[in-house]
Design a protein. Sequence first.
Length: 95
Amino acid sequence: MKGVIAISGDLEVSGTQLSFRNVDLKVFKVIPFTNLKTIYSRRYNLRNTALEFFLRDKKSYFFNFEKKTDVTTVMNKILTKKPALEEYFLGPPNK
């Protein structure tokens, strides 16, 4: 089991991939849509502000956002690209 490392940065959704970068720490991760298996909305600190990406190579990445609307925006952008996901879950509707 590996530990969790929290790194702040920018997540970009392009036509074929997700890109995460933190220039200060020289961290750059690219996740092609072809490698995405499932996406689930998650809670972080009792708030619905996170997404977890599960890849076909058995890795996962957890991203926490500032607001729930950011989660919805990112998911909508990903879904408009029509990746071949096995399943996704955005969570219950807002009340």
